[in-house]
Design a protein around this ligand. Structure first.
Ligand SMILES: *Cc1c(COP(=O)(O)O)cnc(C)c1O
Length: 378
């Protein structure tokens, strides 16, 4: 089965009792114990596990070619579990361009808790190699394409550097999606997704996921963090996420084709300073992206508008079809001025608008942003 088939059919699962092609939702928080005091069902309480998680986790493990997957209450719950499964005193290296709320948690809470966090430009392999300390660094965390500048990190090369130093590699692959990149196949140990984004795809679920290459001690520690801190996904959300993932491949492919069309149209535009999209041949990370992304470059891009912060905010003010909102990976197109969101440590230039491209008609999206740019200069 190709991944697109596995996703569309949610692994071809059929309910044995009813012959239904869609699994039931099990809202139960608790499960009956056997008379002899055992739990032959293998389940006791939903903070530990629930049958509604199983199929969505199995689909994700298949799409990422992993040994196992775990759903979380949000992308942040998933990402922080990877770090909380380490020990205070551990040295970790993270990408300079990454999801802003995770960077802020790592430099705040996690640093106070005792992690030694080093921020490095992971697009520069020499800088990465210099930052990783053999026998001391336990985890390298990268995000590629990195949000919001779309910085590309070479996953296979980073895995080589991390492993040579005895560290693991975790990849936030939210922007790439399993449709275009499979980090575990390139040497990563753990893949993280904000399933709120493309995996669910309809902007109606908050969810996170981790997929592991091996069911090893770090994975067991991550699962312990989930059970103990309780950041599990609600059963209704898990059921909706499975439904969303059935259309992952056609949705994400259509959105990526639209993103390429929008990026190509605005490249060289008189009111545009720069278009940041890994699919453009002159984008700095294009060659690496072309090697590690198969079949497309994703649905996220950024446009740097002429006229600085004011120019960018004025353009966003005039969109009609694009929606001014945070988030990405939904079927509807969103635009956001990132520097106003991310704060002082942000690598987002003040003239940058992040654009999450949806599956609308590409001509409508282009025409709307054209009129918004023109209206912003009147
Ligand atoms: C949204 C996002 C997150 C955080 O996920 P939540 O589901 O909002 O907690 C992490 N990484 C990336 C790249 C994201 O876009």
């Amino acid at each position: 089965m190709k991944p697109a088939t596995a996703a569309a059919q949610a692994l071809g699962w059929i309910d044995e009792a009813t012959r239904a092609v869609v699994p039931p939702l099990h809202p139960s928080s608790t499960f009956v114990r056997d008379a002899d005091n055992g739990f032959r069902s293998g389940r006791s309480y939903t903070r530990a596990d629930n049958p509604t998680y199983d199929q969505a986790e199995a689909v994700l493990a298949t799409l990422e070619n992993g040994a196992g997957a775990a759903l979380f209450a949000s992308g942040m719950a998933a990402a922080t579990a990877v770090f909380l499964a380490l020990r205070p005193g551990d040295h970790v290296v993270i990408s300079r361009v990454m999801y802003w709320a995770l960077r802020s948690w790592l430099l705040g809470f996690a640093t106070d808790w005792g992690l030694r966090v080093e921020v490095v430009d992971t697009t520069d392999l020499d800088a990465l190699e210099a930052a990783v300390r053999p026998g001391e660094t336990t985890l390298v965390w990268i995000e590629t394409p990195g949000n919001p500048t779309l910085a590309i990190t070479d996953i296979a090369a980073t895995a080589g550097i991390a492993h040579a130093a005895g560290a693991r590699l975790a990849v936030d692959s939210t922007v790439a999606t399993p449709v275009f990149t499979r980090p575990l196949d390139l040497g990563a140990d753990v893949v993280m997704h904000s399933a709120t984004k493309s995996l669910n795809g309809h902007s109606d679920v908050l969810a996170g996921a981790l997929v592991t290459r091996a069911a090893d001690a770090h994975w067991e520690a991550i699962k312990r963090v989930r059970v103990q801190s309780g950041g599990v996904l609600g059963t209704f959300e898990a059921w909706l996420l499975l439904r969303g993932m059935r259309t992952l491949y056609p949705r994400v492919r259509a959105a990526a084709a639209n993103a390429m069309a929008v990026a190509q149209h605005f490249q060289g535009h008189p009111l545009v300073e720069d278009v940041l999209y890994p699919g453009l041949a002159d984008f700095p990370g294009h060659a690496v992206a072309a090697r590690q992304m198969q079949g497309g470059f994703g649905s996220l891009m950024s446009i740097r508008v002429k006229g600085g912060e004011q120019g960018a905010i004025a353009a966003a003010a005039n969109v009609k079809i694009w929606k001014r909102a945070t988030s990405l990976g939904g079927v509807e197109s969103l635009v956001e001025h990132r520097a106003s969101v991310e704060g002082a440590q942000s690598p987002a230039p003040p003239d940058l608008l992040r654009m999450s491209v949806g599956i609308e008609d590409a001509g409508d999206l282009i025409d709307d942003f054209e009129q918004a740019l023109a209206a912003s200069r009147r």
